[in-house]
Write a protein that binds this ligand. Sequence first.
Ligand code: GLY
Ligand code: MN
Ligand code: MN
Length: 530
Amino acid sequence: MNDAENTPTVPSTASQPLEDRVNNRSQRPSSAAFKAFMASNWAPSAQELPARDAVAEHAATRRRVMSDQFKGERLVVPAGPLKVRSNDSDYRFRPHSGFAHLTGLGLDHEPDAVLVFEPVEEGKGDDGGSHHATLFFRPLAGRDTEQFYADSRSGEFWIGARPTLVEFKARLGLATAHFDELEMAITKNVGAPEIGGISIRLVRKVDENIDALVDTARYNTAKDPENLDMGVLDALDEKLSEALSELRLLKDAWEIEQMKIAVAATVEGFTEVVKSLPRALTHQRGERVVEGAFFARAREEGNELGYDTIAAAGNNATVLHWNRNTGKINAGELLLLDAGVEADSLYTADVTRTLPANGTFTEIQRKVYDAVLDAADAGFAAARPGVKFREIHTAATTVLAERLAEWGLLPVSVEEAISPEGQQHRRWMPHGTSHHLGLDVHDCAQAKRELYLDGVLADGMVFTIEPGLYFKKEDLGIPQEYRGIGIRIEDDILMTADGPVNLSAALPRKADDVESWMAGIYQEADGHIS
Ligand code: GLY
Ligand code: MN
Ligand code: MN
């Protein structure tokens, strides 16, 4: 698509900067008559202010926690920029999760936006905290502006109406300001605290323009700019990213609701996949057929996928991150489907089921499946408030080591395998058993190890339990009958004071239940499996 086509071409010059050359394809009218005509005769924009979002009070609490941790410092949390795809449209925008968490903004809000915490006198800030937070963004431009029709990235003519400053203020309960005021807000009075300056902390590597702005401000206000210690500044910034990650270790009531919404849509997606299997079995790229069936649900019910779907049949299921999904699905094989819907709020599920492609497990498939299920159940049983996160993995993998020993696959004793010096059983399950889940599929990834792997499970944590066994067809260390079988069972767990709740329990886990669930779907659809 080109912007308007019919005006004379501006002569190009060899010295034209590359970033301007994207405009060489189109001829935008620039006559005064055109501008005046375009600015006239549009209906007024909506006047009524929206209601406060349910998330607003939770986001305010989260900001208050951050304020208490970083008194006296300016905090800069960017959403991130748009990214061009194929020199044309932009990739669908997804804000940085820390920004989404602190603002409560989901969907594709709001490219280039930045949340700034301005330090104020202790107790005089938002909600009695020590900062006043402002969301800077590019608000909807009026229909009488050139931006309305001429800016393909933010103009209403191109991408639809966007929020105004007062709309976001009403929805989020957060001060808002125009993007044009951002530079001043970030750079003013920056400097060493001992001479009355304000120290900044930035979530880096989200928006390179903001990184550059902060770096320049720091450089220009440093006492000895030539010897600015970037290591010290990086450490300041990293502490902010760490704090944002750790802030998400415990989910609030609103977040737990969002996780349930994401999981419910994911359950529907898995049902669609089962429905698509008969056709998938006839298709050259059956894995893509089931991937597409899930994706349709993700877009219909949620914002997107939380991560690229792994649709892996047969030996492909032994490739841990098989998301090329180009393979055929053959009757008699297993299909490992690892998929999650990201809700409009950007919270995602992360669920895996391993399904017999033709509806019935073979004996050996069932034997391996049951071992993985027992490992998952052992992980589930170990998960209790006050227990270390790492204990889930120990419990699950110990069961796997025991089964592998029973089957004669383990070259050493179970004791030797589970000791730190051994770990031979991990040849067939080299990944972790659990990770935190939330706005990011691997949530809280910048949290300190003592709060994550060595941390203690607590009411409000959401995480996966996802053991597996992966016997590659190239594995000469195991009998032929095991080769080409890859199985993972992954559930999303909410820890409560009373113990774990399996949020994804609506999807059958036991082999018998999987078979009868699939059969029930086909009966209902009056379908059959070839
Ligand atoms: N889907 C990615 C994971 O299970 O961790
Ligand atoms: Mn996972
Ligand atoms: Mn997964």
